[in-house]
Write a protein that binds this ligand. Structure first.
Ligand code: BV8
Ligand code: ZN
Length: 243
């Protein structure tokens, strides 16, 4: 059975509040839609990055290797953008939920580090982070300043890159394993602001026997995969669940 509701429909947010109170192990899975209310664009919406830039030209190992200028420009722009943004109220709510024992972990596809910044401690970054840097050649760590200045690696002269997972690269094993473990033992999984189009993170909601909830701004097809679907903006829905 699947319910559908708008953010202003308090029945559905009330159902989620009830499930949250009764869950013994709850895990959150977030995507780029969690950060649009903080003014960070997502990827696949009308205003998203992939409607302006072809991901193959900027977010693949081939781009890093063959078009470093474009690759560097794209990531430098995003890093600078994040600096002028801050986590919104929805982030603070998720941090409170963890402090109060209502949720146990957050797995995120986001690379902005906002969950940690908002105060969550059990955060698993499935697609890495825009706050870590390394040499693309020898893998030694470097700094944000070196990356933004477009310096080369001090050890081998290689190009520097942010610690994000590009298309075709494998996910960090520790984050993936921890996410799987949390989701497998969860009796409640809440998926927020993701199109679920990117493998293997897209498989995570299928790996629980617990209740599943989908909170997303666009819900265009009947979503039988979830026990509860709430159409709305992440920040607004979370505030209503908390009310
Ligand atoms: C892997 C870089 C094993 C980091 C990103 C065919 C060819 C080649 C590869 C593949 C293929 N088929 C499948 C693959 C695998 C590929 C994949 O899934 N591709 C898809 C797209 C077809 N996956 C991989 O390559 C992964 N690795 O599989 O390794 C392997 C290795 C070698 C060979 C085979 C297998 C690596 C995946 C990581 C990719 N990295 N970007 C960066 O620059 O950030 S992906 C990119 O998408 C982002 O990183 C992001 O994290 C990720 C997920 O996107 P979402 O977060 O879901 O964002 P999206 O915009 O899509 O959706 C946002 C939603 O929120 C929307 O629905 C919107 O309506 C909603 N929304 C907006 N605002 C709000 C809101 N909702 C609520 N409130 C709001 N306010
Ligand atoms: Zn190097």
């Amino acid at each position: 059975m699947s319910f559908k509701a708008d953010a202003d429909d308090s029945k559905e947010t009330g159902t989620l509040a009830d499930w949250l109170q009764h869950a013994t192990h709850a895990t959150i899975l977030t995507g780029a839609g969690m950060s649009t209310e903080s003014d960070i664009p997502d990827f696949r919406s009308k205003e998203g990055w992939w409607n302006r830039v072809d991901p193959r030209t900027v977010a693949t190992p081939e781009a890093l290797q063959n078009h470093y200028d474009l690759f560097h420009e794209f990531y430098a722009m995003r890093i600078k953008r994040i600096k002028s943004c801050t986590p919104h109220t929805g982030y603070n709510i998720l941090a409170d939920w963890e402090k109060n024992g209502l949720i146990q972990a957050i797995s995120t596809q986001n690379v902005d580090g906002f969950h940690t910044r908002a105060g969550n401690e059990h955060v698993y970054e499935l697609h890495g982070s825009l706050h870590q840097f390394r040499c693309a050649h020898c893998a030694r760590p470097s700094s944000e300043k070196q990356f933004l200045n477009k310096e080369n690696c001090q050890h081998c002269g290689g190009h520097l890159r942010p610690g994000v997972v590009l298309f075709g690269e494998t996910l960090p094993e520790d984050s993936w394993k921890a996410s799987l473990a949390h989701i497998r033992r969860s009796d409640l999984v809440i998926v927020i602001g993701t199109s679920l189009k990117v493998y293997p993170a897209s498989e995570l909601p299928n790996m629980t026997e617990g209740k599943t909830v989908y909170i997303n701004a666009e819900v265009d097809h009947p979503n039988t995969r979830f026990d509860l679907v709430i159409k709305g903006k992440a920040g607004e829905v979370l505030q209503q669940v908390n009310a």
